[in-house]
Design a protein around this ligand. Sequence first.
Ligand SMILES: Nc1nc2c(ncn2[C@@H]2O[C@@H]3COP(=O)(O)O[C@H]4[C@@H](O)[C@H](n5cnc6c(=O)[nH]c(N)nc65)O[C@@H]4COP(=O)(O)O[C@H]3[C@H]2O)c(=O)[nH]1
Length: 535
Amino acid sequence: MNRAIRYSSKKVILIALAIGLLPIMLGTLLVYLKTSSDLSRTSDNAAHEASRQITVMLNEAEAAANELINIAGVPCSEVAKELREAVATYRFLRATNLAMDNQVYCSSLYGTDVNLTVNPQNYLRGRLRLVDQASPGPKTSVLILRVQHGTKSVLVGIDGRHIQDALHLINKHSNLSLQVGNTWMTQYGITHTPPYKDFPTAPKTLLSNEYGFTVYAAYPAGTLVKHTFDTYSVLLGLLLALGIFTGLLTYWMLGRVLAPSMELQRALSADEFIPFLQPVISSTSGKWVGCEVLIRWNHPHEGIIAPNSFIPLAERSNLIIAMTRRLMHKTAQQLAPYASRLEQPFHVGFNVSAKHFENFDLVDDCILFLRAFKPGAIIMVLEMTERELIKPTPTALQLIERLHDLGVKIALDDFGTGHSSLSYLQRFKVDFIKIDQSFISMIGADALSVHILDSILDLALKLDLQVLAEGIETEEQRDYLGACGVDFMQGYFYAKPMPIDDFLSTLLDKTSLSKKTAWVDNPGSTATCPASAQP
Ligand SMILES: Nc1nc2c(ncn2[C@@H]2O[C@@H]3COP(=O)(O)O[C@H]4[C@@H](O)[C@H](n5cnc6c(=O)[nH]c(N)nc65)O[C@@H]4COP(=O)(O)O[C@H]3[C@H]2O)c(=O)[nH]1
């Protein structure tokens, strides 16, 4: 049985693990999705904000360029001051330049000392370009806006540090970059490969319809996990605790009820329950006139397991009906071929439980059992135990009626051990009583104990019930009960419960012996019965 439970425990552990992991996984998934959507939203917001701020800078630069376009073509010496004033006036500007026929001839930084040819194709939509500018001053980048009217053009440069600052300040955790043509600028400066590729989390792309630049926002790899743990650590801790709790609860509950009953179900499907028979001896003839069928679990690892360790569970888990049905079927299969060599009629007793009295399935089971034998060859006896409360419901009473109609006898097992012996005798039409072995063991003990046994025998006699004494272990018990008129005996004194094959071979040996010597299991005794219990 231990091995069986260990085997079931593996399943129970797996189920408990699965159920314990379920809230953890579902919860983590939800938290993960929430974090993902949070990051996606902030990434989107950051991209929009960066685009807005760069647009503001470009709008300002465009306003400056539109003012300066009017003086393009005018000699540099006359307009150099205006170029410098524009740089001072507009917040983001770093330099302004005038060009004619794409040749820059005047610069706010260098005056006339400039020799630069502009190629409009290097400019996105002919207007925008992002470049590194090494001098003068600190190395920085410049976003150049070009405005052209005919042959005149103005180039205004936005200081890249303003853009870098904006990208940096909008969201410190996300990585924002600006793309103009094939050049990208991050908050760290200009790169010539797409920097967003290194930031695969929550990537967002926003194209400026007005200027054609693109803003990328994304988070570095691992941000999702880090953010999840940083933001939802308490919730994740609670989920973990919930998972452990549900897992342990499941383990506890399954371990208590489900696992062993699953093991019983498995054993039933694997046909591991087998009948053992214990002979019932006639007190008068001393012959084996019947048997009680006692179930055994032939466990693949544990060997033969006694019924007390699994019958209560089988009753609780409703498997008892199927088990009894299977037991009847197996007994019939093995006993039927030898039926003609058994005492006629031969009593075959089966134990039934309270569950059997809840519907009429038992009638069909008994019909099937009896069908395996010639009519009259077998007397089927159903032993209802008094230890388990069987309610005298209309169904139970009708069931007994139907069983009686089939010729099935009802025995009251463990008589005297419960609280309802007398009411059972009254309500159920009982044919036999089986005196419990606890009373039999009183024989030879003190006078008071024997008196109790005598009273039970006296009652049975007065009610005209057939009596079977079980648990006979000594000659003295046998002799005493025989003298008291007990009809049938059962106990280790005669034989222990045994597999059907052993039962049949012992019985058939005895039968063939009896043909020569007239064998009996209880030769005449000299014991006397007290007057009250005498037949
Ligand atoms: N000490 C001692 N014991 C003796 C002696 N003679 C017989 N016994 C044992 O006493 C029990 C008699 O069966 P029970 O009262 O119906 O008590 C049975 C019965 O209530 C239940 N049981 C057995 N088979 C089935 C079954 O197929 N269905 C149901 N519902 N219960 C069953 O399990 C109980 C125990 O069965 P077992 O372990 O086979 O134990 C059997 C039997 O082996 C004896 O001389 N000395």
